[in-house]
Each structure stands twice: as structure tokens, then as C-alpha cells.
Design a protein. Structure first.
Length: 265
């Protein structure tokens, strides 16, 4: 793997510059995505459309598209001279990333109940994103990120880690609630209740946005900030779309429930 990286980059300075440029590209993509999502819903799940290509089975799509977000970082950590993996802040941040993607790529897809097929273009874009972001986050953390002494006791790290953990738990718990709305074989939609769904329609999205915002605060890097902002753009659009969709579909939908931010929005 080191041989592959040294073919791609003539020096460490060049690779670090590339990692920074990748983050800037992701900021740009977040801005483009934000503008696009003013006119269009993210095209999968209940908004899947044949305009985005033939349907791919939901479990297969989620497993294959998310797998690079786990495998690329795993290869980087195991098979490159990852100079910073012996340092505690880097270890903890890499562990947070893996904790999420072990669940998302190896567990979540096999728990899906009656999920709508994913259009092939959405599937392909998600796959490319997972390769891109998996490399960008973990190569930076495992080989380049340098933190001051005692960073793990710095208020930024502690606040970020707590936000990451709360967000992770809200995300996993909310996805669990959604999954259990359907009995095996069912594919329809019901009103979610319990947990953060008592406050917002996009409880799973609120969890994931909080998670990566906390991660970015703890990482203090342009790479993690770009990921957090991209996630917030995609998932806040999805939360707003779901909220409108529920209000239109269910007459008895709780009127006090907000889209994404409890009591506010
Ligand atoms: N980091 C990122 O950029 C990013 C991007 C996308 C997703 N994600 C994460 O991936 C996970 C899944 O995202 P998603 O967009 O697929 O979430 P979603 O639209 O809420 O759907 C999640 C699952 O629950 C089902 N479901 C949703 N609402 C339901 C209801 N009212 N009644 C019965 N079943 C319902 C869906 O079935 P259908 O397929 O039939 O709708 C799907 O299988 C979330 O945790 C999200 O945070 C992260």
C-alpha cells in the first residue's frame, strides 16, 4: 500500500496538499449539493426515481456503497507506514470513525426491513463518496494530523467527543425505531414515535449531523469540517423533505414535532 501511495505522490508534502485540496473539493460539492437540493430531494428511499437509473436492492446497495468507508481506512491503518497511529488523540479519533462505519457498513445493511431499492446513480455516487472520504479522513488522521500535548483533555476534544457519542447513540437508536415500525415483509410507512422522534421527524439525521459535527470539533481539521458540512447539507435536506412528506401523508401527524432541531426548526 505504501508503494501505491508513493507512486501517486512524489512526497509527503504533496500528499498533504492533496488531502487539503480534497477537503476544499468537498466544501465545493457541499455548496453545489445545497443548491441542487433546493429543487430536488436526495433520490433514494421514498424519493427513489427511475430518472436516476435502474433499481439496486437496498441491502446490497447499502452494504456495497458503504463498504469502502470501512475497507479503505482499514487498509491504510494496517498496510501503510501510518506514522501517527501510536498517538492517543489520533487513536481515539480513528476509533470514533471506525465505530460508526463498522455499524454502518457491516451491520446496518443487514438489518434493513423492506427498504426501497436505490437508483444506480445514487448508489454509485455514495460508493465514490465513501472511497473519497474514507481515504481523506483516515489518511490524514493516521499519517499527518498532529495534536498538541494533552489534546485529549482540551475542552474542544472533550466537547467534540461527547457530541460524537450522543450523536452516534441518537442515530443508532433512531434507525432502530424506524426499522421496528415494519413487521418482516412490510414496506409501508408509519408515524415514528419514541426517542428523539418525539421532537423531530429527522431524528436519525439529527444524530448523524451531531456525530460528525462533534468529530470535526475533536479533530480540528479541514478534512473533518468538510465531511461534517457535507453531511449536514445532505441530511438536513432529507429531514425537511421527510417532515413535509409526513405532514402531507398523515392527518394525525404530531403538530408540535419539528423537522430537525427540537422546538426550533
Ligand atoms: N453521512 C451522510 O452523509 C449520510 C447520508 C445518507 C444517509 N446517512 C445515514 O444513513 C442512515 C439511513 O439514511 P436514510 O436516508 O435511508 O434514512 P431514512 O430515509 O430515514 O430511512 C431509513 C430506513 O427506515 C425506513 N423508514 C424510514 N421512515 C420510515 C417510516 N416512517 N416507516 C417505516 N419505515 C421507515 C426506510 O425505508 P424506505 O427505504 O422504504 O424509505 C429505510 O429502510 C441514517 O442513519 C442516515 O443518518 C448518512
Amino acid at each position: 500500500m505504501d508503494a501505491l501511495l508513493s507512486r501517486l505522490f512524489s512526497s509527503e508534502e504533496q500528499e498533504l496538499l492533496t488531502l487539503d485540496r480534497m477537503a476544499h473539493i468537498l466544501f465545493f460539492m457541499a455548496a453545489c449539493t445545497f443548491l441542487t437540493l433546493l429543487f430536488e430531494n436526495v433520490p433514494y428511499g421514498r424519493y427513489a426515481s427511475s430518472r436516476y437509473g435502474f433499481p439496486v436492492d437496498a441491502r446490497f446497495a447499502w452494504f456495497v456503497q458503504e463498504l469502502p468507508a470501512f475497507l479503505v481506512p482499514l487498509c491504510l491503518v494496517l498496510w501503510t507506514s501510518s506514522a501517527k497511529t501510536s498517538l492517543l488523540p489520533n487513536q481515539l479519533l480513528i476509533a470514533m470513525y471506525f465505530c460508526h462505519y463498522v455499524q454502518r457498513s457491516l451491520i446496518y445493511p443487514f438489518l434493513i426491513r423492506g427498504g426501497k431499492a436505490t437508483p444506480v446513480i445514487s448508489f454509485a455516487l455514495a460508493f465514490v463518496f465513501c472511497v473519497f472520504n474514507g481515504y481523506m479522513q483516515i489518511r490524514y488522521l493516521s499519517h499527518y494530523a498532529e495534536y498538541p500535548a494533552h489534546w485529549v483533555t482540551h475542552p474542544c476534544f472533550i466537547t467534540g467527543a461527547v457530541l460524537w457519542l450522543v450523536g452516534y447513540l441518537v442515530n443508532v437508536h433512531s434507525d432502530h425505531i424506524l426499522r421496528n415500525l415494519r413487521k418482516p415483509g412490510e414496506t409501508g410507512y408509519k408515524i415514528p414515535t419514541g426517542g428523539m422522534f418525539e421532537y423531530v421527524s429527522g431524528a436519525n439525521f439529527l444524530g448523524e449531523i451531531t456525530e460528525w459535527a462533534g468529530f470535526a470539533l475533536a479533530c480540528h481539521s479541514v478534512q473533518s469540517a468538510a465531511f461534517a458540512i457535507f453531511t449536514a447539507v445532505v441530511l438536513s435536506s432529507r429531514a425537511v423533505a421527510h417532515h413535509k412528506w409526513y405532514l402531507a401523508k398523515f392527518e394525525d401527524y404530531p403538530k408540535s414535532r419539528k423537522a430537525l432541531i427540537p422546538f426550533l426548526f
